[in-house]
Design a protein around this ligand. Structure first.
Ligand code: TNX
Length: 531
């Protein structure tokens, strides 16, 4: 099998090489310009046109009559393009028909929703129109992918910098397109999160879910409960010093994510996955004794003490402070794998905690076990089951969806980026099986949970649990090339879903990741161009 794969990829490489050598001579424009439909996620609609726009040393980035926010998007675009092109690319509010134009409002922006955009490219200009700055930002990501991969390098490259002619009209299938990082099992500092946020933005992900607490570490400073961070955050899987975000760190993550049009969803996991908290405050334990910190990778052994009043004082403090620091509307309360909490206690606990989330102005998200209790009105359940998930458990989720609970889909055997690709993966876990690149892409969120109303699906998420991952390189090796597939499921219309065509588009992202310094897994399922 391995030899066959190796042979296959050698043949592909050989074929790619031959193709270039044997191709008839073409104009530089045709060679350089990426067809408008060759981006990830696939745009909702593409109309190819004539000619190509060339970014040059005379190109202006125009933001006619623009707000400060649109100017920031324009400066972001300029910041992306300047290093590799070597051009000045000044941002100007002057009207004009040439250059790169970012336009808020106008006829072209109509009907594309709060995140959609229209991109028109022709000989003299590329214009991106949107009703909201988020749409302009997503349009900028498309424009970026239409330019050669070398545009991602941070030193001057030869070009030419051409954008194929035509029109893209694009808007997302789902409003919730998330990636999760488990910063508890291993801590990832602010700079590492910023790096990942930049990578998520390239694929139009709009939500960053942070798994901030678990048995191995509490990662967010809570002023009324200082021991949570100072003690509970002081280690991680395998030992070592762990870490936590100060309130300023957390605000900086939120600010940076917002600058890339991502909203942060904080998760405080409870009543299980709480050893770090139980170790920090003895009163949270039914026996009043604080357990030692934990640096292993077992799950399901810890629980807050459900009958005690102290537990709810604690939860009020934590949710109040986290909610106050979080501008987004969602607050995730975990609720998974509470194997050390009786079912009765679990239901009691969730009945008491959900109103606290509402009291502080947030909407609760829980892992799908919440549907086995009484999900509050408006609550969201995040499905993380897999093929082996029991029919009853699935049915519970489906029934809740029929009763109005909205769903986020992150099936473990599809979208878990911490699952190994195959038996040779040096990192990751395999409890949900191996998750190949095709497997992570080849499913439909709209029909995945049969019986759940299609409109109960709020979106998709790609979580990355960090039991085996401790560096940005680890995250990137597991996320690339699977993350873009989940991003496409969240953004692109179901009608265009096609693994065969997708893998060709995905392959073209490889040189971009090389330029960005992303050490991705060169899966043999994908026809990567030769390096
Ligand atoms: C299950 S998914 C968990 C996590 C683990 C993960 C590892 C979920 C809600 N709980 O505690 O880290 O598996 O893949």
């Amino acid at each position: 099998m391995r030899r066959r794969r190796l042979l296959c990829s050698l043949l592909l490489v050989a074929a790619a090489g031959m193709g270039t050598a044997a191709a008839p001579p073409r104009s530089a424009a045709a060679d350089a310009a990426t067809p408008l439909d060759q981006v990830v996620p696939a745009p909702a609609s593409v109309r190819p046109g004539k000619g190509a726009y060339t970014v040059s040393d005379r190109t202006l980035i125009r933001v006619p009559g623009a707000s400060a926010e649109v100017k920031r998007v324009a400066e972001y675009l300029a910041g992306l393009l300047r290093p590799a092109t070597g051009f000045a690319l000044p941002v100007t509010t002057k009207e004009g028909k040439d250059g790169i134009v970012l336009r808020l409002g106008g006829r072209d922006a109509k009907g594309l929703g709060s995140e959609g955009y229209r991109l028109r490219s022709a000989g003299r200009s590329v214009t991106i129109s949107a009703t909201r700055p988020a749409g302009l930002f997503h349009g900028v990501q498309t424009l970026r992918q239409l330019l050669p991969a070398a545009v991602e390098r941070n030193t001057a490259q030869p070009g030419p910098w051409q954008v194929a002619g035509g029109t893209i009209a694009d808007s997302p299938r789902y409003g919730y397109r998330a990636a999760m990082v488990d910063v508890s099992r291993h801590f990832f500092g602010v700079d590492k999160l910023k790096r990942y946020i930049d990578q998520l933005a390239l694929y139009k992900i709009n939500t960053l879910h942070l798994h901030l607490s678990d048995d191995q570490g509490w990662r967010i400073a809570i002023a009324s409960r200082p021991e949570l961070a100072s003690h509970g955050g002081s280690t991680q899987v395998g030992g070592g010093s762990g870490g936590y975000y100060t309130k300023d760190d957390y605000r900086e993550i939120i600010r940076y994510a917002a600058s890339r049009y991502l909203t942060v969803v904080p998760e405080i996991d409870m009543p299980g996955h709480t050893n770090a908290a139980l170790s920090s405050y003895a009163e949270l334990n039914c026996d009043g004794k604080a357990p030692p910190l934990y640096t292993g990778t077992d799950v399901g052994f810890s629980s807050l003490c459900v009958p005690k009043k102290e537990t709810y004082d604690f939860i009020d403090d934590v949710i109040r402070e986290v909610a106050a620091m979080t501008p987004g509307r969602y607050l995730h309360i975990g609720g998974d794998e509470a194997h050390s909490t009786s079912h009765e206690d679990y239901v009691t606990f969730m009945d008491k905690v959900q109103p606290v989330v509402a009291k502080y102005g947030k909407t609760a998200i829980g892992w799908h076990q919440l549907t086995g209790a009484h999900p509050a009105k408006g609550a969201v359940a995040q499905y993380w089951g897999y093929d082996a998930t029991g029919a009853d458990e699935r049915q519970q989720v489906v029934d809740a969806a029929k009763n109005g609970t909205r769903l986020i889909l992150s099936p473990a055997d599809r979208s878990y980026l911490d699952m190994k690709y195959d038996k040779n993966s040096p990192l990751g876990l395999a409890w949900a099986g191996y998750v190949s690149v095709q497997r992570s892409y080849d499913w439909d969120p709209g029909s995945y949970l049969s019986g759940a109303p299609a409109d109960s699906v709020m979106g998709v998420e790609a979580p990355i649990w960090s039991e085996t991952l401790s560096t940005s390189a680890h995250i990137e090796y597991m996320a690339f090339p699977r993350l873009p597939g989940v991003a496409e499921l969240g953004w692109s219309p179901a009608a265009g879903h096609d693994w065969g065509r997708y893998k060709a588009r995905l392959a073209a992202q490889g040189p971009r990741w090389d330029a960005l310094g992303i050490g991705y897994y060169r899966s043999p399922e994908v026809p990567w161009p030769a390096r």
